[in-house]
Design a protein around this ligand. Structure first.
Ligand code: 1GP
Length: 252
């Protein structure tokens, strides 16, 4: 069986199953006590572990990726804020083009610098149409990217943008309300994007409860990304993981 990272997501999607990605920010995990993190990881059993963030103040990226690689069977995928956020120890990387914005550096500029480095690495490169959606407050990603997020009440802009991303050959679309978003990506927007595209649809930002997760899955998200709620206390994320399992059993 093809065991590459993107295949995990695609195979889940083709079987009608839902996926869950746990996002770990190296600045926010306690690596002095890794056992706690590893136990939570086993409990949640995410389909993939995303590692990254808009900014990184610590230098723990390699250390965190190595820990997951050595101690678990989970695939680690980089979710880089910029070209400096690289770890050759990871399994893959979301090669993000910020298609919701009009900042050329984040549409293609940084990619030009990263491409030859990635070619020499063993990282699986996952071309991703990354779309920032207004989640009710200015997020680090909005500020750092110097772009306007798509207004939450304009699902048609998101749908056309995602469709253009698919036509450009991107492999998946990631709708992100931003880390700690007050409001998650609206169901109406997820539905309209889902209706327009066939490639896997990833949704994240402000998924803090089982009920929010359920609505996003039902609206058509193939994979949810949860970060802040894990940092706030993993019990709800364990429930979201159970929901994913129940959901998948129900609809297959
Ligand atoms: C942020 O989508 C991710 O880029 C996760 O968001 O931290 O709000 O879960 P949260």
């Amino acid at each position: 069986m093809d065991n590459c990272v993107f295949s995990i997501i695609k195979q889940n999607k083709s079987k009608g199953n839902k996926s869950l990605a746990l996002l770990l920010d190296p600045d926010k995990v306690d690596l002095k006590n890794p056992q706690v993190l590893l136990e939570y990881l086993e409990n949640i059993s995410p389909d993939i572990v995303l590692v990254g963030g808009s900014l990184m103040l610590s230098h723990k990226l390699d250390q965190l990726v190595q820990l997951i690689k050595l101690e678990t069977a989970f695939k680690t995928v980089l979710f880089p804020g910029n070209t400096l956020h690289l770890s050759h120890l990871a399994d893959g990387i979301l090669f993000l083009s910020l298609i919701s914005g009009r900042n050329p550096d984040l549409l293609i500029g940084q990619h030009v610098h990263a491409a030859p480095v990635l070619k020499k690495s063993n990282l699986e490169v996952i071309p991703t149409g990354y779309m920032l959606i207004d989640g009710g407050k200015t997020t680090t990603a909005n500020y750092i990217s110097n772009t306007l997020p798509i207004p939450a009440h304009k699902p048609e802009i998101a749908a056309c943008t995602a469709l253009a991303g698919q036509m450009l050959g991107l492999h998946c679309i990631y709708l992100d309300g931003g880390s700690g978003a007050e409001k998650p990506v609206p169901e109406a927007m997820i539905k309209m994007v889902r209706h327009e595209i066939e490639i896997p649809l990833v949704v994240g930002g402000g998924i803090k409860s089982v009920s929010i997760a359920q609505k996003a899955y039902l609206a058509g998200a193939d994979m949810l990304v949860v970060g802040t709620q894990f940092e706030n206390g993993p019990s709800e994320v364990i429930e979201i993981a159970r929901l994913r399992e129940r959901f998948s059993k129900t609809i297959t």
